[in-house]
Design a protein around this ligand. Structure first.
Ligand code: KG4
Ligand code: ZN
Length: 342
């Protein structure tokens, strides 16, 4: 008998994602984004995102069903992001998922978005070995997860104490006068600059921080250091070597993320690393992770970019995993939780 068909819905931020997964096979993944509507405001506007989800929801569900060549009546379970994320957008997705669950008479699984970013890799690169380390980095989160089981055994070893990696890039992008979101622009500029030009601080790597925050990240001090550096030069009437600033800043972020992640792999004897989340598109992180993983004998798994940014496949993957383990479904009064813990 074939595995149950799971429809996954993701609406935690600006992407409306709907996907159909059977077991660990992705049948189709449809995504609509409202990013173009937010860009001119320099950040995501939750009200605009909510309205866009409401408009895109049914067409995106239809597109996913057509793409997978299945009827709604064939769906065996619904999975939906219950958090973390923006409350309004999460509520639109949860409402749609509950309506489908009631209408079809199938179980509902509310799942964690951050874990979804790791789970999606199983659809791409196959089942995880017994243990994997997952680094989930995006505009909203930077978390290091030790994964013994993607449903029942995820331990958060560390997370950011302030800005997420992508958020820090976007803020530095703003102070360098780059368009929103600044992350991809800094990445591009950094490739033309000298990463050793300026020695920016590496947050929480000092010996005194290691005991308490061995696997936590902090990027706000780094962001302030970049702001001060730029301000001092600007006040003195000097030109800002933008590419060198971008390269030095990007090198600092990649250095801390990879050093701490690989230290965690060593400490826990884990030999597979999964990197997910929209920030895993960053070339400085990818390049350094590839070099350091090779040196440490760690297998590096990074899904293609469209599965790193927010999507429905990650949620369907996690719902499918929960179903296969016989986990009890969520109640139909499932709440959404903007700061949902793991
Ligand atoms: O996962 P995602 O699409 O949305 C969130 O859930 O946040 O991640 C988007 C974040 C933004 O902060 C964006 O600037 C950053 O990831 N980002 C990048 C790159 N591509 C996206 N940052 C640096 N380099 C990139 N190539
Ligand atoms: Zn995300």
């Amino acid at each position: 008998m074939s595995a149950p068909l799971v429809l996954g819905i993701e609406t935690s931020c600006d992407e409306t994602g709907v996907a159909l997964v059977r077991g660990k096979d992705l049948l189709f993944d449809a995504v609509a984004s409202s990013m173009d509507e937010h860009a001119r405001f320099g950040g995501i506007i939750p009200e605009i995102a909510s309205r866009a989800h409401l408009e895109a929801m049914v067409p995106t569900i239809r597109r996913a069903l057509e793409g997978a060549d299945v009827d709604l009546g064939q769906v065996d379970a619904i999975a939906v992001t219950a958090g973390p994320g923006l409350v309004g957008p999460l509520t639109i997705g949860a409402a749609a998922a509950k309506a489908l669950s009631i209408g079809l008479g199938v179980p509902l699984y509310g799942v964690n978005h951050v874990i979804g970013h790791a789970a999606v890799d199983e659809l791409v690169h196959g089942s995880f070995p017994d243990q994997v380390m997952a680094l989930v980095v995006s505009g909203g989160h930077s978390s290091l997860l030790l994964v013994d089981d993607i449903v029942t055994g995820v331990t958060e070893l560390g997370s950011t104490l302030d800005d997420a990696a992508g958020e820090a890039f976007d803020k530095v992008g703003r102070l360098l006068g780059l368009p929103y979101p600044g992350g991809p622009h800094i990445d591009r500029l950094a490739r033309e600059g000298d990463p050793t030009a300026i020695r920016f601080p590496r947050g929480l790597t000092a010996a005194k921080d290691q005991a308490e925050h061995a696997y936590d990240f902090s990027f706000s001090g780094l962001k302030t250091a970049v702001a001060r550096w730029v301000e001092t030069r600007t006040d003195a009437g000097q030109e800002i070597p933008v590419a060198d600033v971008a390269a030095s800043f990007a090198a600092a972020v990649a250095d801390v993320l990879t050093a701490k992640t690989i230290a965690a792999c060593r400490r826990h004897g884990v030999s597979t690393l999964v990197i997910g989340g929209g920030f895993s598109a960053n070339s400085q992180l990818r390049d350094l992770a590839a070099v350091r993983c090779a040196e440490a004998g760690i297998e590096l798994r990074i899904p293609p970019i469209r599965f790193c940014t927010d999507n429905g496949a990650m949620i369907a993957a996690l719902g499918s995993a929960a179903l296969s383990r016989g986990v009890a479904p969520s109640r139909l009064d499932l709440p959404v939780d903007s700061s949902m813990p793991l």
